[in-house]
Design a protein around this ligand. Sequence first.
Ligand SMILES: [Zn+2]
Length: 356
Amino acid sequence: MNASAIESNVVRDAARGSWLSVLDDLAPEINKAIEKPGHRHIACPVHGGKDGFRLFRDANLSGGGCCNTCGPKPDGFSLLMWLRGWTFPEALSAVAEVLGVSKGFQASKRIVQKKTHIEQSKSSVNDDKIKSLLRTVWQESKSIRHPDADPVRLYLQSRGLDGWLQNWSSLRFHPKMQYRNEDNQVIGYFPAMLALVENGNQPITIHRTFLTDDGRKAPVDSPKKLMPVPADRLIVGSGIRLGNTGRVLSVTEGIETALAVIEATGMVTWPLISATLMSHFVIPQGVEKLIIWSDLDRSLAGSFAAQKLAERAQTQGIQVEIREPSGPLLADAKSIDWLDVLNQCGPNAFVFRSVD
Ligand SMILES: [Zn+2]
């Protein structure tokens, strides 16, 4: 064992039994789960949803947790890598710093590679199943402009959109999508709007909006749900690619919000699914200007995510504008987004005078 391997074990040992306070420090967004490890289910901090994420009961020892969609994170390091988009050495050094064992600490690349290899071989059988399921669902889907895709058009119209859709290859219709609850029991089959989630050009998973035949959200716990993510694919960095990017790219959190921006402005607009995924989005090559149509949330999660993405864009020399709904939030509203703006104020509210 070389010197740096010993030091990574030092950090590991120091974290064992202190993970809850380490996570509280480095991942405050999961504090509700930290309060009751093993018991309290919360919305997944990465992909959203309703209550698919929890820490393991032994989380103070292991640091691990599990999202039913994104998969298990066996220890605190893998949990932080997933939450923060960190490499193993980055997670290790952040934990070392919190624990005050960072002096002279340097992680070894060799250990990282070994670790990754072990994790992949363990999960490869399950991964093959997930990949074949993703392929099957996509093959069973139809064009969003197919006559059978009425539930999608009716749903979008019910949300105040015009229901006219370009024939994007990443937005599809599934006539009979199986819905499973958080305990993995089949609840029923529903028509669904499918959206391909891609990281760069690699397909990662499929986002589904479960509907009824007459275009309402399906009567299930989480009508919007991601399919599982194979362990060798990284959802952090992903987006839904509605059209090819040019010099300018618009992004939003929700799919419906993106469709509102497209309807009002005609700009190529990609939904990034959740605030966390927005903050980690990998901006495609060739984009010179990024416009972030952020949600205005009472929790400010949308504003923080937009700010984080904007800062990263600027360090890459990309011009960036954040466009936030002007508000104010009504007493009973948790958030407003640009679809609300379209419905309340019409497309003129999307016109901005460019400062350049
Ligand atoms: Zn998740």
